[in-house]
Write a protein that binds this ligand. Structure first.
Ligand SMILES: [Zn+2]
Length: 60
């Protein structure tokens, strides 16, 4: 995937826990993957959202 902020490629550790905030190594933007399991197809969609400092506190 690419960073939502700086558009640089981000490499994920496959062991990354879901809903674990991570930081772009290029621009230090914090992001988190949200899983949307509400699809009627049963597929899990992954939405990447940017976190600001206030959001980050909710995840710590
Ligand atoms: Zn970035």
């Amino acid at each position: 995937m690419h960073c939502l902020n700086c558009d640089e490629a981000i490499v994920f550790d496959d062991q990354l826990d879901n809903n674990e905030p991570f930081q772009c190594e290029h621009c230090d933007q914090w992001m988190v993957i949200e899983l949307d399991e509400g699809s009627y197809e049963g597929a899990i969609k992954q939405n990447v959202i940017m976190l600001d400092e206030n959001n980050l506190e909710d995840y710590s």
